[in-house]
Design a binder for this molecule. Structure first.
Ligand code: HEC
Ligand code: HEC
Length: 391
């Protein structure tokens, strides 16, 4: 009798213990210890459960062999804090997010952005949150389809890590020496915790800073657009009318494929051209790629930007010269200038010395713009895991 009671006691105890253990297992899904979380929470608004940076690609991208970037959540979380931290600029006046605002698809609304001392950048801020950024996750700038993914308007950076070092150390943008930054972040209590979660110890290094930034930027993949929804159920890729588009958007898509896709692509995922001259000037003050290669044939060539979220990223072009998409379309319609390096696709077919004139009607121009609006992501701009984590 006694042994039986004892046995059942032991059993009950074992049962309670195991459910306790089970609770403990659940609790261990939280990322930080109570102490750590208290420290973080005094400054940061981070959840204590798993943040999932996994990117789910639409079927039409998977079908052409594109692969989701594999994102390490702890590194991306550290990258997110770095991205929003003004400690990255010399006088703690600006963060990456000052010029790359989430609500504007990680661009800003100025022709030229203001750096840490109020000086203007040379060029228009590029939107992040677009597909090209995750191609860089294939390492050192090499990427899918043998296309090297390059960064900046003149493609002078070959990885986001290299881009980040240039930006942080740029005299106008952030003015911060990398080694000074390492010293500044070392011993900051929230970074002790975040670097340890991401890299196993709290030693801050230049490599870890840029690696974490790259992880965060690679996670910003814009895929939730009406265009993607329509592509996923289309039988003919981007060709033909989309069931999910209205007549105006379908007209705009057809015009886009006819006049724009040679450079900007048809699937908004893979850009057929890396750089081109699109005839903004006869003589460029900013020589673009020509500044880097010092090759005359590269003067006036700039990165062919991806057009996802383009409705949110005004003003346009490398110098922000066009305030609206209407102005952009009018440029391609009637304003192309015959620069020596003007791309063949933008030259008159019969008289290649002359730029092409599209002679679009007002309805056609409106249609092109309506199509460009279908490229706006519904989620990225409001997604909490990309938002400013500082309280
Ligand atoms: C003062 C404004 C400013 C700040 C701060 C800033 N950027 Fe930028 N960013 C720009 C501008 C302007 C460009 C385009 C520069 C060029 O092409 O020469 C750019 C380009 C980029 C690009 C290239 C995108 C592409 O498609 O080629 C990336 C990536 C980027 N920035 C990330 C960052 C990160 C990460 C930080 C923080 C470490 C940062 N930026 C801080 C203004 C800024
Ligand atoms: C010959 C290649 C080429 C063709 C064809 C072309 N573009 Fe472009 N596009 C570019 C390049 C290069 C830039 C950046 C130029 C610069 O800033 O100096 C650009 C920039 C843009 C921008 C501004 C992007 C930004 O982030 O500021 C928009 C919008 C755009 N193009 C739309 C179109 C449309 C619409 C068409 C068709 C009517 C078209 N493009 C045809 C090469 C091309």
């Amino acid at each position: 009798m006694k042994t039986k009671t004892l046995l059942s006691l032991v059993l009950i105890l074992a049962f309670t213990l195991s459910s306790c253990l089970k609770d403990n297992v659940d609790v261990s899904y939280s990322i930080y210890t109570d102490d750590e979380y208290e420290t973080l929470s005094s400054i940061l608004n981070l959840p204590n459960n798993k943040i999932d940076y996994l990117v789910k690609l639409p079927a039409h991208m998977s079908e052409i062999g594109m692969v989701s970037p594999s994102i390490d959540d702890a590194k991306a979380t550290l990258g997110r804090v770095l991205f929003y931290d003004t400690k990255l600029s010399k006088n703690e006046a600006v963060s990456c997010a000052s010029c790359h605002k989430q609500e504007l698809a990680f661009s800003d609304d100025k022709a030229l952005s203001e750096g840490f001392e109020g000086e203007l950048t040379f060029r228009n801020s590029l939107a992040l949150g677009s597909v090209p950024n995750f191609k860089s996750s294939y390492g050192g700038g090499s990427s899918l389809f043998g296309v090297n993914q390059q960064f900046f308007w003149d493609e002078r950076a070959h990885s986001i890590r290299a881009q980040s070092v240039q930006t942080i150390q740029d005299d106008i943008e952030m003015g911060m020496d990398m080694s000074e930054l390492v010293t500044r972040l070392s011993g900051v209590d929230y970074y002790d915790i975040l670097f340890t979660k991401a890299y196993g110890n709290f030693n801050v290094t230049e490599q870890k800073i840029t690696d974490a930034l790259e992880e965060f930027i690679n996670a910003m993949v814009s895929v939730n657009t009406r265009f993607d929804d329509a592509m996923d159920i289309s039988q003919n890729g981007a060709e033909g009318n989309f069931a999910l588009f209205n007549a105006e958007e379908n007209l705009g898509k057809a015009l886009f494929i006819q006049h724009c896709s040679a450079c900007h692509g048809t699937n908004m995922s893979v850009s057929p051209r890396s750089v081109a001259n699109n005839g903004l000037e006869i003589d460029y003050e900013d020589k673009g790629v020509g500044n880097i290669t010092l090759n005359e044939e590269d003067e006036g060539k700039f990165k062919v930007p991806f057009l996802r979220n383009i409705a949110l990223t005004a003003p346009y072009m490398h110098d922000g010269r066009f305030a609206t998409l209407e102005e952009v379309v009018e440029h391609y319609n009637s304003g192309i200038k015959p620069h020596a390096n003007l791309d063949d696709t933008l030259r008159d077919l019969l008289n290649p010395a002359y730029p092409k004139r599209l002679n679009l009607s007002d309805d056609e121009k409106d249609a092109l713009i309506a199509f460009l609006h279908t490229l706006t992501d519904r989620e990225l701009m409001a997604d909490a895991k990309f938002a400013d984590p500082f309280k």
